[in-house]
Design a protein around this ligand. Structure first.
Ligand code: IMP
Length: 429
């Protein structure tokens, strides 16, 4: 029985929550391996709606949740989310949640720097979630991050804060933002220590034991391949690697443990924040997709930009992300549209290319090359088998498979958990 990693194949918000929940119900352990509380997953179980940002989705299904070392953890956000979900009836204890002792922390100064930088960028802003994700990852690679394990060593914590504040207060003052006081930060971290440390451990060891015991592990990605710091539309990306390979390094297992990689894509495209979006629609169709698809950010509430399905981009995500099967969501949002367009490549400076090049200027000027298809009249909403789909909808899915060079192994036809057409069980390898 294989393990499964699930990652976004576009710019995030592909409807991961529902698919992750379905997979989590079949897994023993669910691991978050990158990102932080910039992510937002909405899970609907019975008449309860759970909104998760940092906690692994499996907790909702009573499965062991692990926050891996590749995640950046805002302790305040984590405790708030834990309290909110506990109030909704979930049990979150060191029995159900484990946190990598070597995961870096997000402190209030990271959020302040994130926001001050965005203001300073003006029109060129990235459109970050303002939650300090980028600055926290910067500190990690600069080797000055405060990590979960440091909470157990007050002297280490104090010395690290000196180094951190020297760096951050200089930057914050330069950006016209208020500096932070060491005593305030240190006191708060020492207050948080007894609340967090009971959850901390070398999770790589736990995962190794679980693997050897034949437990099913689900690696739950956040954001998506086109927001990957290396492979995405840089610099309009998040600050972590979002590809499936990160599931290994971000949790402390070998690459062979990651198992089947399932990518999630919407049947059209959306994006929040700034950056290139070749198939973006500024017309009534774009507005219709946004309204029907309820395209508002889970974390920030921002309206999402909407456009046609970009098969060239998803094909690239399939290759660099290691995606072996695609879960296609929100097909029903396209119901009734007379004509559908799918982007097969781009024209840049009069030259046709198959994929988005890395250069920022080239990405910004990429014009989509479209293939048009007839839409379908009948509803696909709630379909639970291929036979229940209009012929033209099947044609659309088949064409996507061809263009992205990856089979569609799961089709989601409504937010309801059971409105899913499964072609291949990813846990079967
Ligand atoms: P950051 O991750 O807050 O630094 O934001 C960087 C970029 O990633 C921005 O364009 C955000 O809108 C985008 N982003 C971050 N997290 C998500 C997500 O979960 N879904 C969609 N976009 C995201």
């Amino acid at each position: 029985m294989a393990n499964v990693a699930i990652i976004g194949a576009q710019w995030g918000d592909e409807g991961k929550g529902k698919v992750v929940d379905w997979l989590a119900s079949r897994a023993d352990i669910v691991v978050r391996f990158q990102g932080g509380h910039n992510a937002g997953h909405t899970l609907v179980v019975g008449n309860q709606t759970y909104k998760l940002s940092l906690l692994p989705s499996g907790l909702v299904r009573g499965k062991l949740g692990i926050i891996g070392n590749g995640v950046v953890i805002d302790p305040e956000a984590l405790l708030t989310e834990m309290a909110r979900l506990t109030a909704q009836g979930l049990t979150i204890t060191p029995e159900t949640l484990r946190i990598a002792e070597n995961a870096p922390l997000i402190l209030p100064l990271h959020g302040a720097l994130d926001r001050a930088r965005e203001v300073a960028r003006g029109e060129n802003k990235i459109g970050t979630t303002g939650r300090g994700i980028g600055p926290a990852y910067e500190d990690k690679v600069a080797r000055r991050a405060i990590r979960v394990c440091d909470l157990a060593e007050p002297d280490t914590l104090s010395a690290k804060l000196d180094e951190l504040l020297l760096h951050h207060n200089t930057l914050l003052r330069g950006l016209g933002a208020a500096p932070f006081e060491k005593a305030v930060l240190l006191d708060r971290l020492l207050e948080l220590a007894p609340l967090l440390l009971p959850f901390a451990e070398p999770v790589w060891e736990l995962l190794d034991e679980a693997r050897r015991a034949g437990k099913r592990i689900l690696f739950e990605g956040a954001q998506a391949v086109m927001l990957d710091v290396d492979h995405g539309t840089y610099p309009f990306v998040t600050s972590s690697n979002t590809v499936a390979a990160t599931a290994a390094s971000g949790s402390g297992v070998g690459p062979g443990v990651v198992g089947t990689v399932l990518g999630i894509a919407k049947a059209y495209t959306t994006r929040v924040g700034s950056g290139p979006f070749p198939t973006e629609l500024f017309d009534d169709t774009g507005r219709l997709l946004g309204e029907r698809g309820h395209e508002f950010g889970t974390v920030t509430g921002r309206p999402r930009r909407c456009g046609w399905f970009d098969a060239a981009m998803v094909r690239q995500a399939v290759k660099v992300g290691g995606i072996q099967g695609l879960a296609l969501t929100k097909l029903d949002v396209l119901d009734g549209l007379p004509e559908l367009k799918v982007c097969t490549g781009y024209r840049i400076g009069g030259v046709e290319v198959r994929h988005l090049p890395a250069a920022q200027g080239a990405q910004a000027s990429a014009e989509p090359i479209y293939e048009s298809m007839h839409g379908w009249k009948d509803s696909t909403r709630g379909a639970r088998s291929y036979a229940a789909l209009p012929a033209q909808a099947i044609k659309y899915v088949r064409r996507i498979e061809e263009l992205v060079e990856c089979p569609v192994t799961l089709l989601s036809t409504s937010p309801e958990r059971d409105d899913t057409i499964l072609m291949k069980d990813p846990f079967e390898g």
